[in-house]
Write a new protein. Sequence first.
Length: 106
Amino acid sequence: ILPMAGLWSQVSDYQGNSVYTYTVITSAASQNLEFIHPRMPAVLQSDQLDIWLHCDRNRLSEALKILKPYSGELEAYPVSAYVNNVQNNSPRCIEPDRAAPVNLFQ
């Protein structure tokens, strides 16, 4: 499980139906992943979950302090272009691309 900071909202569409929205909060990329992209999801440490999930009883400044590049280790590997289509929602999306370089960190 990779806990990421995000925001959600419930709004009504023009017909009055409830629509739930969600956005992932990003931060600068960690040093070992910045070669992929300059930003990444704000990954929360286990001791930060209460601060983020209960921001109503914590100060906003405390919640904002935890939105920084993740310092833990993450695994990265290339995947196929199959993930570029939003209609694709299967385990194939996370299968390693066997035609790509084996080690991204070399």
